[in-house]
Design a protein around this ligand. Structure first.
Ligand code: ADP
Length: 404
């Protein structure tokens, strides 16, 4: 009995400590990671996870877990109507279970995919401003059953976590929106100048044509700025789920370079593809990886020289697969390299010459990191640039998809 009391006191002290940390963290990933580890610690559980609720799709998805690796987690979706987490969301009540397998709400697909057996479970709804944002679960009490103090401590942590999640999201969004509005100012100013000039009677026919062309390209750029902004906002909010399948890397590369062929031909640029015959299938969200490839190919063409070339190569090792897109273009100054993946960043030397939004690489990085991969760049001014994406090899846990 005395031992239980000491354990509880330790847990309360830990709870106070973690609450202080949570209040000062605005980075959503760090925050959620802190919360799951603290939850497992204070309730003496083997594992803990947070599932966020997507009220449009009416399903839950794993955002963070102490016992599931990132790539596996990204593909896991939990239905609202046939799961304990779903029950918690719908009923806005906590659940305490000694043997999950005996519970008819238990959704066993996750267990099969991750190879981790759940026995006891304690889960609470994460509610803020009367809205359920997700579920916090702790799994497998190390000794005995989950207790009342466990539940009340998890509830305190959950209440703080829900507010913190909401704050981090709002902060992220307001920051991004402020930058977006700032980026809108320049094209809007130039559109406004263009229309003013069009109204001037002294403008010649040629000058008018030129201005109309400028308006056209500026509106196209605004349009792509808007779609890229939405893409990035969704990726940053953590609401994008990667729908993983297994697919041929060669097919994906050929398909992507076909899309870019006519653009490349405008400046007589050759695209060459080299993929090893024994390249293993890739396990990822095919559409999203294609989006990354199209962006890198588009850049390799845009920032190239006339009659230049783009070479796309693929490679693999025991642990990862990689795709490199190499160009013979302008190159990137060394001091610009650390900033390339920042939102809205554009290399000053390129700004006047090539149009762009400065969002493509940030989106690509988010997608690749979301797959637990990394993206690397090498460049030499006047010689060319190469971007390489590295993705972890397919795990054997993942069921084969019909695309393979
Ligand atoms: P965008 O091309 O729309 O401006 P990105 O985020 O895709 O935005 O790229 C950011 C910046 O990085 C570009 O503005 C450009 O200056 C530089 N950059 C990207 N790819 C290349 C490349 N292949 N060669 C040279 N510079 C590049």
């Amino acid at each position: 009995m005395a031992e239980i009391k000491t354990q509880t006191l330790d847990s309360y002290l830990r709870l106070i400590e973690i609450s202080r940390d949570l209040a000062s963290t605005l980075d959503l990933d760090t925050l959620l990671d802190d919360i799951v580890h603290a939850s497992a610690d204070i309730t003496h559980a083997e594992a803990a996870s947070i599932l966020l609720y997507d009220d449009t799709a009416r399903q839950l998805y794993f955002q963070v877990a102490t016992n599931i690796d990132e790539p596996t987690m990204r593909g896991l979706i939990v239905p609202l109507d046939k799961s304990i987490a779903g029950w918690i969301v719908t009923n806005r009540k906590s659940v305490r279970i000694d043997d999950a397998h005996k519970d008819e709400r238990y959704f066993s697909d996750v267990e099969q995919t991750i190879g981790y057996e759940t026995k006891s479970l304690l889960g609470i709804p994460l509610i803020t401003k009367n809205k359920v944002v997700g579920v916090l679960e702790v799994l497998n009490k190390k000794r005995g059953r989950f207790t009342d103090p466990d539940e009340s401590m998890l509830t305190v942590l959950g209440a703080q976590a829900a507010v913190a999640i909401e704050n981090a999201r709002l902060f992220q969004q307001s920051d991004l929106i402020a930058q977006f509005v700032h980026e809108l100012r320049t094209p809007l100013a130039s559109l406004s100048t263009a229309t003013y000039l069009l109204l001037r009677p002294e403008m010649s026919r040629e000058q008018r044509d030129q201005i109309v062309n400028n308006i056209h390209s500026e509106t196209l750029r605004l349009n792509s700025l808007a779609s890229s902004f939405l893409d990035l906002a969704r990726l940053e909010s953590g609401r994008v789920q990667f729908r993983k399948t297994r697919f041929s890397v060669a097919d994906l590369i050929y398909e992507s370079s076909d899309v870019m062929t006519s653009k490349a031909q405008e400046t007589s640029i050759q695209i060459r593809v080299e993929v090893p015959g024994d390249m293993p299938l890739m396990e990822a969200d095919r559409d999203k990886i294609k989006q990354v490839l199209l962006n890198l190919l588009s850049n390799a063409i845009k920032y190239n020289r006339p009659n230049g070339s783009v070479i796309v190569t693929a490679n693999f090792s025991e642990t990862e697969e990689s795709i490199t897109i190499q160009d013979t273009g302008l190159g990137i100054p060394e001091e610009a390299i650390p900033h390339l993946f920042e939102k809205f960043y554009r290399v000053r030397e390129h700004e006047g010459k090539v149009t762009g939004t400065g969002l493509g690489l940030s989106i690509s990085k988010q997608i690749i990191q979301g797959h637990n991969g990394r993206i690397e760049v090498k460049s030499k001014m006047g010689v060319g640039t190469s971007f390489t994406i590295h993705l972890p090899r397919a795990s054997r846990m993942m069921p084969r998809n019909n695309e393979s």
